[in-house]
Design a binder for this molecule. Structure first.
Ligand SMILES: NC(=O)c1ccc[n+]([C@@H]2O[C@H](COP(=O)([O-])OP(=O)(O)OC[C@H]3O[C@@H](n4cnc5c(N)ncnc54)[C@H](O)[C@@H]3O)[C@@H](O)[C@H]2O)c1
Length: 279
């Protein structure tokens, strides 16, 4: 259903790998709400060819860009401005990759060269995207930039490994650059902290099935789906959230503020003992 929340808006969406990707669902939701889109992903991801299906569905050009490469980013913004015939209103940064996780390195045995690459792709890339837009003055006044993150930036989830540190850095970049971009051009920058979601990146986390079941039990509303995350991003790109900036916004069904839930207690303590405890 469309409320035309993004009619007339033009945006770049990073990170649609396949139909499960949060970026994929966000592109569909933005298109439904009337936005014009440019899709982008790393050249290696584009070679898989899946993105062309999405490009057809949302009538968007696809421009390859490695998010760590400033020349690629400049070309992406130039081509996007040319395509739109003007400035850009919103950007979704939906990118994450951990080299140490991929190579099975435990957090305590981290390879620091791989760690630099992880930080570059998963966190400093947001700075690079914002810096490129800043240098080119490519974002329109009241523009909106959203990057996706996870609560491991605030709390320990041991198997999330170095990505926890990457997400903490990502959230800090959003805050710091959000300040400067707000002052200069009323552009807002936020991170959305999403529930665990079954995607290619998500499933890379060790023990993901147990992880997602636990989060489901710990969230009053249950885990937020990728489609709901996409809809939330739409509201942040729309004019209905113009004064929200420099925030880390939890989109997690209540998980972040729950100490323990009845469902979790029931799953670890036999019912007879619960009765004794509450009597
Ligand atoms: N899935 C989850 O459980 C979950 C939860 C919270 C936050 N997130 C975050 O959501 C975002 C999107 O992930 P997803 O779950 O949709 O998985 P996904 O695997 O579909 O998306 C990750 C994307 O990052 C892209 N990418 C990797 N290296 C790149 C590079 N050098 N240049 C450009 N793009 C590159 C990949 O091609 C892919 O499209 C990530 O930031 C992730 O950390 C995911």
């Amino acid at each position: 259903m469309s409320n035309n929340l993004l009619t007339g808006k033009k945006g770049i969406i990073f990170g649609a790998l396949d139909e499960k990707s949060i970026a994929w669902k966000t592109a569909l939701a933005c298109h439904t709400q009337g936005a014009q889109i440019v899709l982008t992903n790393a050249p290696v991801a584009l070679r898989m060819g899946e993105i062309n299906k999405l490009a057809d569905a949302v009538q968007a050009p696809v421009v390859g860009a490695d998010v760590t490469n400033m020349d690629d980013l400049k070309k992406l913004f130039e081509e996007s401005q040319k395509h739109f015939g003007g400035g850009i209103d919103f950007v979704l940064h939906s990118i994450g990759m951990s080299v140490n996780v991929r190579k099975g390195k435990h957090y305590t045995e981290m390879n620091y060269e791989w760690n630099q690459k992880t930080f570059d792709i998963s966190a400093m890339s947001l700075h690079k995207v914002l810096r490129t837009a800043w240098d080119m003055d490519a974002l329109n006044e009241w523009g909106s930039v959203v990057a996706l993150t996870y609560i491991a930036a605030q709390r320990v989830f041991p198997d999330y490994n170095e990505m926890a540190d990457a997400k903490a850095l990502l959230e800090s970049v959003a805050r710091s650059f959000g300040y400067h971009y707000g002052v200069r051009k009323k552009v807002r920058v936020n991170t959305v902290s999403q529930s665990p979601t079954r995607t290619t990146a998500g499933s890379g986390v060790k023990g993901f099935d147990a992880f997602i079941d636990y989060a489901e039990k710990m969230s009053a509303l249950g885990n937020a789906t990728a489609e709901d995350c996409a809809n939330y991003c739409v509201t942040l790109f729309s004019d209905l959230s113009r004064y929200v900036t420099m925030q880390n916004l939890f989109h997690d069904g209540g998980f972040s503020l729950t100490g323990v839930s009845e469902a979790v207690i029931k799953s670890i303590i036999p019912p007879s003992e619960i009765e004794n405890t509450t009597a």
